[in-house]
Design a protein around this ligand. Structure first.
Ligand code: ACO
Length: 322
């Protein structure tokens, strides 16, 4: 048995912030941002929290799947920007959509969160424990962005994407995950700092900090490596793969991965120009975009690849069976 995607949904806040808008608040330009990242604009939430975006993406995915919330056994939400330390965002989504029979929890794997969520569900399905699951990637990274730091504030955006999964006989073929905590300082957002009755300091909130070049080096090595591992151990040729659905971190990372894999850019669909880097939401947002454009057909073999802070990475080879 395996995880079959039976519904996809996505939701982004309506407010668009362009590169030109950002050039009014930090010393940057549309030319600098677009040429180095492929980003033109991103969505920024004004009123909606992560769980609001996640719940709306979830409703749309359930509607697409034709499954009622009460039929869900499991909800796994990948996020690095939850509304609360506790309860989990997944529990908040459970309440918002009325998934009364599900068990719900979050997974923290930064931009690899959606892939980790999918792989966790795959494990439960293979063990025969659950039959219907909802996975979500959702972020309001705008609230952990330092809007005075031009090297990071131009990169990120808010959004959510979700997939409904059924335990079935067609879908995920193989998957892998990895992490390397020694690279943790490459990309970091500290939570509240220590501050309590025994310290003089008050707790402070962290913002996203990044060593862009180290993240770049990590991604262009790990992404092709993990994709090649999946193809090799499943005796899959490049010709059999229709699309590589990569985390939308940066167009230059995707181009470098395509070069290493010796595959044409047409096989690497992108949404980075309109949404920026939405972390764990980027893969389901991209799948939703591809579906709406009619790019995914029954029987297509695709590879999903996520990578992010931790550092973490994961990839999934699957057959599209909607
Ligand atoms: N506008 C104008 N100038 C800028 C900006 C900006 N927004 N940001 C940085 N600069 C300047 C720097 O201050 C520096 O100036 P200096 O030479 O006078 O010191 C110059 O541009 C070069 O800075 P670098 O950091 O070396 O820029 P680089 O060419 O490496 O590009 C980038 C930065 C795009 C972030 C690149 O390192 C990269 O692509 N890294 C990959 C990381 C990434 O994409 N992270 C996304 C999140 S991680 C994830 O999702 C897994």
């Amino acid at each position: 048995m395996t995880a079959r995607i039976v519904g996809i949904g996505a939701y982004v806040p309506e407010t668009i912030v362009t590169n030109h808008d950002l050039a009014n608040i930090v010393e940057t330009s549309d030319e600098w941002i677009y040429s180095r990242t492929g980003i033109k604009e991103r969505r920024i939430s004004v009123k909606e929290e992560t769980s609001d975006l996640a719940a709306e993406a979830a409703r749309r995915a359930l509607e697409h799947a034709g499954i009622k919330p009460a039929e869900l056994d499991l909800i796994v939400l990948g996020t690095s920007s939850p509304d609360c330390n506790y309860p989990s965002g997944a529990c908040e989504v459970q309440a918002k959509i009325g998934a009364v029979n599900a068990v719900a929890f979050d997974v923290s794997a930064a931009c690899a969160g959606f892939i980790f969520a999918l792989n966790i569900v795959q494990g439960f399905f293979k063990a025969g424990i659950y039959q219907n699951a909802l996975i979500i990637g959702a972020e309001t990274l705008s609230k952990v962005t330092n809007w005075e730091d031009r090297s990071t504030c131009v990169l990120f955006g808010d959004g959510a994407g979700a997939a409904v999964l059924k335990n079935d006989d067609c879908g995920v073929i193989d998957m892998l995950m990895g992490s390397d905590g020694t690279m943790g300082d490459f990309l970091k957002c500290k939570s509240r700092t220590l501050g309590n009755l025994l310290t003089e300091e008050r707790p402070e909130l962290g913002f996203t900090e990044m060593n862009g070049q180290e993240v770049f080096r990590f991604a262009v090595k790990r992404v092709p490596e993990s994709i090649e591992t999946l193809m090799k151990r499943n005796q899959m040729s490049k010709e059999e793969i229709k699309y590589y659905v990569l985390h939308q971190a940066n167009e230059r990372i995707i181009e470098a991965a395509a070069r290493r894999l010796k595959e044409p850019m047409e096989k690497f669909p992108m949404t980075i120009s309109k949404y920026g880097n939405t972390s764990t939401a980027s893969i389901p947002l991209l799948l939703d975009d591809m579906l709406k454009k009619g790019m995914l057909k029954q029987g297509d073999k695709i590879i999903l690849s996520g990578f992010g802070a931790g550092m973490t990475w994961g990839a999934v080879l699957l057959e599209w069976c909607i």
